[in-house]
Design a protein around this ligand. Sequence first.
Ligand code: GCV
Length: 738
Amino acid sequence: MVSLTTRTGEQDGTGAWRRAARMARTAVAWLGLLLAAGPALSEDGYELWLRYVPVAADHAAGYRARATELVVPAATPTAQATRDELQRGLGGLLGKPPPLAARAGREGAILVGTPASLPQLVALGLDLSGLGEEGYLLRSVRIDGRPATVVAANTDTGALYGAFRLLRLVQTAQPLDGLDIREAPRLKLRLLNHWDNLDRYVERGYAGESIWDWHKLPGWKDPRYTDYARANASIGINGTVLNNVNTSAQALTPLYLRKAAALAEVFRPYGIKVYLSARFSAPIEIGGLETADPLDPAVRQWWKDKAAEIYRIIPGFGGFLVKANSEGQPGPQDYGRSHADGANMLAEALAPHGGIVMWRAFVYSHEEPDDRHKQAYNEFVPHDGSFAPNVLVQVKNGAIDFQPREPFHPLFGAMPKTPLMMEFQITKEYLGFATHLAYLAPLYEETLRADTYAQGPGSTVARVIDGSLDGHVLTGMAGVANIGSDRNWSGSHFDQANWFAFGRLAWNPDLESAAIAGDWVRMTFSNDPAVVEPVVAMMMGAREAVVDYMTPLGLHHLMGRGHHYGPGPWVSGGPRADWTSVYYHRADAQGIGFDRSASGSNAVAQYVPPVAGRFGNVDTVPEEFLLWFHHVPWDHRMASGRTLWDELVLRYGRGVDYVRGMRRTWDGLSGKIDAERHAQVAAFLAIQEDEAQWWRDASIAYFQTFSKRPLPAGAEPPPHPLSYYQSLEFPYAPGDGK
Ligand code: GCV
């Protein structure tokens, strides 16, 4: 790990100390030169995108001239964190941190603060209206005739975000001249959802244990929690749900509330609120009541008392996330009540304290539906307009479950009177766990840009969730975190990019994935175009490759049972048909795919007519959703002129080829990336190639038993019989629900 510690503002006045300090500075300068010269030192990924390694030598003088002194008041913990970050960041990037000053007095000063904290800002007459509580202004100005850079905001948190933006400019080799950047987040809640259990097991986690060391909290606050907060603040994330949605009620006991309070204390200076998943039956399990019926007065009082207790222990607590009546979790339907009844009861308890409820739409009824795709819509749309004002309904991007590709969830656009919050998955439960390189921003972007047509063309999902379509002010986006105790946080170096991209898109859902990837590569690896260009290109196609080798042309939910590792298109039987693969692909002698058109389950009718019409017609449905919405004959002619069967086989192979291409690209970057990270990525890509091949071979071997057609010319037959793939077992594959 690269870690340069510089001592600032500390002198004992002795000659010995000055000599030692001179030597240390020389050593640091040499180290800086070494780092600037090339990626000689290994890195373990702990620093994420906040590495702050020295800028290229030919840029250093220019930046130093624009960072001659730092005017950053530190009267509050947030302002102190801002100052610390700027000193640390600019210190690393420029070799030493600019000196601190109380007022800008030199050419090239950087001023960061609010009109209240920095009187010099007031004199500049900056227009901070419209920036709200989290926005910032970054501008090149003149103060007493001298050029300076200001980061101004209405609040300390806005200034912190602006400071990270300034650092990002330097990290990505952008000029600091002529700046005029105004930014405010488009979404109010930008949250991580940790699926972390209190025993540190992470459901669908592929990066080690939970980073929350519950047992040692609240006494031991691991410094890593501060680094977590820094990383999140740097991308604008302002809240975190600490515990799994499949939660035990223990999380709401005073013992655990005090632990959560310790985390909240660490995160507060970074503008991050703590939220908890609440188990609906907690009044029974930890409250001694006999029921959790949301209309029972004693239950309502229990939640009110619990909320008051939580706010006493965790000042500024954010609110509850709830998974109810889904996959065996308790909920209001256990008492014949609706989701709205349940959510509103909790909302009533939290409202006096300013808290919110995020009620998940990922629901299952006890009865097996004719099509799981339709379930959330059927259960929620009738309640549009009946949720309390401090409730958001949190909807997964698609109607099934975080598949490599899904059409947008039909709830988007269908509940105009209710704030809908987006739930994306950052952890790659269905996209190869930690070892497959799959940059998810294109998936997020595809959903956000999808047009619901709810109010005519241009009614994109992004406009549903940012509130502009239906006039909501409570807005948000949640990402199921991919963070764990692994040294590199996310289980793989490239999975850090998905955390980064999620935060950036939650701040501004209109950003482009390629631009986000560009920033991330520059901050994480190098500004060298010989690195940036190939790595961004490789990332941009990576998710499509996963779609190709796992679930091409709209196929979905074909993975191994339970752990979801590897191919399992043959999975059938068990407790529920809609937990099997055969339910979703419906392959038979005639063809393959789930008929959701009017002749089938008619799930398409849940979309607005222009969308329903397009998806519901086999001739107009986009090919990437063909088998999602239609059962299609094996000999159906595709746009390419090939038959469906040939196209399917070709797509599987195309996915594997893409991974081979990524390996070549990455091998070519040896020497341009530090050895430690290069080697791990290379090893993971090799695993990915093997597993992509496995997915392709197993899927083709299985589907050929239905199509009974030969493979198209040039396609290699699977090396093993189907029975071999079906016999593979992975008893300890990580992340399975417990
Ligand atoms: C937390 C999928 C996952 C479960 C997860 C669930 C959910 O079914 O496999 O592990 O549970 O989604 O989002 O609630």
